[in-house]
Design a protein around this ligand. Structure first.
Ligand code: FES
Length: 179
């Protein structure tokens, strides 16, 4: 097994040196590089090393999001790409309720995008989200449900204000008074 890997590494190194395969992709070149490294250093290598590391970099990519609470206090957090603003708020002790845990059955995750340019970068809300937003306290032109706003690179720097009150009509019928 070891000698087979070694042989493959030598073949890859020769191919790379001779430039026999001009169509070699970037990832293939990186894989070849790791096999050359194997031959030189006698350490274990894998043809998937480079792509696995690319994937983990993508997974770790984060954007900056500022939450502004009802008192005007701001909290800047880093949110991984793909995470909802509701999850991000919960992970960072931000008081965004999310009573139905993202199933579009409440409006307690209501957030207000403070900058219309960022609001316009969001996917349009589904009908179910609009239905819930219609029942939210303090609805604005740039209101969204936090569980439906998913971190993506173009949202880096977004600011989300928490409304002064939420209405948890779906879960317990409790209707708090606005502050
Ligand atoms: Fe209920 Fe977002 S948590 S709709």
């Amino acid at each position: 097994m070891l000698s087979r890997i070694s042989r493959l590494g030598v073949q890859a190194a020769s191919r790379a040196r001779l430039g026999q395969n001009p169509a070699t992709s970037r990832n293939q070149k990186e894989a070849i590089g790791s096999c050359i490294n194997y031959v030189g250093n006698h350490t274990l290598c894998s043809a998937t090393d480079a792509t696995a590391s690319d994937r983990s970099e993508q997974q770790e990519a984060k954007i900056s999001v500022t939450f502004v609470d009802k008192d005007g206090d701001e909290k800047l957090i880093n949110v991984p790409i793909g995470m909802s603003m509701l999850e991000a708020a919960h992970e960072n002790d931000i008081e965004l309720e999310g009573a139905c845990e993202g199933s579009l059955a409440c409006s307690t995750c209501h957030v207000i995008v403070t900058d219309v340019d960022y609001y316009n970068k969001l996917e349009d809300p589904e009908d179910e989200e609009n239905d819930m937003l219609d029942l939210a306290f303090g609805l604005t032109e740039t209101s969204r449900l936090g569980c439906q706003v998913i971190a993506s690179p173009e949202l880096d720097g977004i600011r989300l204000a928490l409304p002064a009150a939420t209405r948890n009509f779906a879960v317990d019928g409790h209707v708090p008074k606005p502050h």
